[in-house]
Design a protein around this ligand. Structure first.
Ligand code: SF4
Ligand code: SF4
Length: 81
């Protein structure tokens, strides 16, 4: 059982959901991921939950999760327009 790490959850605030302006989205390679949870800890928008699902309604595409992943398991992929 994974320990709960994130203390906050994304929700609608004055800035609301991300909408369509995100340029890149994170895509996790489940084969490479070792479930360390670092991506969830570093995400500034708390968009990654305990099961390591990424909530794209709130992900801003900043790439911090991909940068911090020790397994290089997260690719930032350009959004289709
Ligand atoms: S790209 Fe940024 S906002 Fe999106 S899940 Fe990764 S760290 Fe969070
Ligand atoms: S930081 Fe990388 S290896 Fe760790 S849980 Fe996230 S995607 Fe998986």
């Amino acid at each position: 059982m994974r320990e709960r790490l994130a203390l906050s959850r994304p929700k609608e605030a004055s800035s609301g959901k991300t909408g369509s302006w995100r340029t890149f989205r994170p895509v996790v390679d489940k084969e490479a991921c070792n479930a360390c949870g670092l991506c969830a800890q570093y995400c500034p928008d708390a968009a990654i939950d305990e099961e390591l699902n990424i909530d794209l309604d709130y992900c801003k595409g900043c790439g911090i999760c991909a940068n911090e992943c020790p397994k290089q398991a997260i690719a930032m992929v350009r959004e289709e327009r």
